[in-house]
Design a binder for this molecule. Structure first.
Ligand code: FE2
Length: 205
C-alpha cells in the first residue's frame, strides 16, 4: 500500500552554534554529562554508542530535562525545517552534542550515518521510520515506523544497517538531544548520508 506523508522534509536543517562562553550550554544545564560521554568515547569501540545512550539516560532526569528544553525553546528556530543547536563541542573532536527542535510536520531526510550516534527525546513525540537499503536499485524502502516518546532513547553505529528518518507529526513542538562521534566543524556535512527512497510501504498503518 502506498502512503503519502504530511511531513515537510527539508534537505538542510538550520544550525546555530553556541559562542557565549567557554563552558558549553550542555555543561551549564546538565552537569557531568559531557564528561560521561567523553569517558564512554574512550572505552571499547563497539560499546561507545550504547554507553553514550546510557549517559544520556542517567543524566537527563525530569528536572534537568525541563531546564534544558526551556533553554532550547528560547533559541532561534525555523518555520520551514527542524532546527539544530550545538550544545557541546568536545575539545578533542571526539563527539558533538546537539539539540534538535521539531515543529509539527518537520522531518529529517531519509539517511544513514557516517558515524555512531545516540539520541533521546526530551519533549513531545517523534516518529522514526526504519528503512532497508535495496542494492539492486540503490534506494531505501520503508519497512517499519515507531513512535519515540519523551524519555525514550536510541543509539547505533554508522553504516547502511541503520537507515532512518525522524519527524514530528503532531503538536506539541518536539525537542531531542543527539550525540555524534564527530567534531562540531563537520556536523553539517559528515553525519547524515542522505539516500534515495523507493515508494514507501507502510508497515504499521
Ligand atoms: Fe539520524
Amino acid at each position: 500500500m502506498l502512503i503519502s506523508s504530511s511531513l515537510q522534509t527539508a534537505p538542510v536543517s538550520r544550525t546555530s552554534v553556541q559562542a557565549e562562553s567557554t563552558e558549553s550550554l550542555l555543561d551549564l544545564h546538565v552537569a557531568g554529562l559531557s564528561t560521561a560521554i567523553q569517558t564512554a568515547c574512550l572505552g571499547e569501540a563497539d560499546l561507545v554508542p550504547y554507553r553514550v545512550r546510557q549517559a544520556l539516560n542517567h543524566a537527563l532526569n525530569p528536572v534537568v530535562t525541563e531546564r534544558l528544553v526551556s533553554k532550547v525553546l528560547s533559541m532561534p528556530c525555523s518555520a520551514q525545517t527542524y532546527t539544530r543547536h550545538v550544545l557541546h563541542s568536545d575539545p578533542s573532536g571526539m563527539f558533538t552534542v546537539v539539540a534538535l527542535r521539531w515543529e509539527e510536520g518537520q522531518a529529517s531526510p531519509v539517511h544513514a550515518h557516517y558515524t555512531w550516534c545516540a539520541y533521546r527525546v526530551l519533549q513531545g513525540a517523534l516518529v522514526e521510520g526504519h528503512f532497508e537499503w535495496d542494492r539492486s536499485v540503490e534506494q531505501a524502502y520503508l519497512f517499519n515506523r515507531v513512535d519515540r516518546l519523551a524519555g525514550q532513547s536510541v543509539c547505533g553505529h554508522g553504516g547502511m544497517d541503520f537507515i532512518h528518518r525522524l519527524g514530528n507529526e503532531q503538536k506539541p513542538t518536539a525537542v531531542s538531544i543527539h550525540v555524534y562521534g564527530i567534531d562540531a566543524a563537520r556536523i553539517s556535512t559528515h553525519v547524515n548520508r542522505k539516500l534515495a527512497v523507493k515508494l514507501e510501504v507502510n508497515a504499521s498503518k
